[in-house]
Design a protein around this ligand. Structure first.
Ligand code: SF4
Length: 315
């Protein structure tokens, strides 16, 4: 992800796109919101767990109200680069070269647009295609940088874009999509995640590893194997962050997720979803509905214990 989006949640795989926007576009989006398809939360992914930790009201807007969000260039570029890195492994090891990888970009962009027609609006105001060309060039540089961090000719992933889901003893279902799983001849498992943004400063590394420990917990619960290594590959800055988890780490993450889930269930039942403003609000698509920005949330669409109206709904 480009420098200007540092700190922004990275969009990929397991939920609605995390999108950057400004207040004006959020207001425009709010005016066109279709009838909500309200749902009580049924499972937890790293992205949605991150949403709740960042701001409970943001979680509500995304998971329960399912308010639409505008696609962003940065998030979409992340999705495109992920697709290219995944598809490159279709080629024989000796052909996984930089030119081969970058040649995949136009075709993967076409596929992405076909699958998600709403992405056409990203470059609707760019008739000459200059911004699109720049954007594709940035995707190319991210792909090229990957080759300075890993050598795909020496890798044979056991899995790519692997959907995983596990149910904990409490009944909480955890799910997500792992970018790559490598398995050594010894059976040791490495979980790899690509980030198109920059590596966090050391004091924020724990937050970045949360997603990886989440996946490690799911793999452990599914297969009974504690992954040997968790690896975050930051294409934006050219850094690799690794962590070798132990059982105590995963037990700690499990306890944290159970506490989080209790808090989510309580908020779901009471309708009490508090906004938690931070600098990340600048990337939130829902300022027009957020009391912190003078907005009003839509009527709470789920039954509320002991009340006919959610607390965050209008009078
Ligand atoms: S604008 Fe900020 S406080 Fe409001 S919902 Fe979005 S993230 Fe939460």
């Amino acid at each position: 992800m480009e420098t200007s989006t540092e700190g922004m949640p990275e969009a990929h795989s397991d939920g609605p796109a995390e999108a950057g926007t400004d207040t004006a576009s959020a207001t425009a989006a709010a005016a066109e919101i279709p009838a909500p398809r309200a749902m009580a939360p049924a499972s937890l992914s790293p992205s949605r767990a991150g949403d709740f930790m960042q701001c409970p009201l943001l979680y509500r807007f995304r998971v329960i109200d399912r308010l639409p969000e505008k696609p962003s260039e940065a998030a979409t570029r992340g999705t495109l680069v992920h697709a290219v890195l995944e598809r490159l492994f279709d080629a024989p090891a000796g052909e996984r070269t930089v030119p081969r990888a970058t040649s995949l970009i136009p075709g993967q962009w076409d596929r992405l647009r076909e699958a998600r027609p709403e992405l056409a609006e990203l470059f609707a105001d760019d008739p000459e295609g200059e911004r699109l060309a720049r954007w594709l060039g940035e995707a190319e540089r991210l792909v090229e940088r990957w080759f300075t961090l890993e050598d795909p000719s020496r890798l044979e992933p056991a899995e790519r874009e692997l959907f995983v889901e596990a149910e904990l003893e409490s009944g909480l279902r955890l799910r997500g999509i792992i970018d790559r799983v490598d398995v050594a001849p010894t059976g040791e498992v490495r979980i790899v995640d690509y980030k198109t943004g920059k590596a966090p400063r050391p004091e924020y590394a724990e937050g970045a590893l949360f997603q990886m420990k989440f996946y490690a917990l799911v793999v452990w619960r599914l297969k009974g194997i504690v992954p040997r290594r968790l690896q975050l590959v930051y294409l934006g800055s050219g850094d690799v962050l690794t962590y070798d988890p132990v059982v105590a780490d995963l037990e700690r993450v499990e306890r944290k997720l159970l506490a989080l889930w209790d808090a989510i269930r309580l908020a779901t039942e009471t309708g009490d979803w508090r906004p938690r403003p931070t600098k990340l609000c600048g990337w939130c698509d829902h300022q027009a509905h957020c009391p912190e920005f003078g907005g009003t949330p839509p009527p709470y669409p789920l039954p509320v214990a002991g009340s006919e109206q959610g607390r965050m709904g209008p009078d």
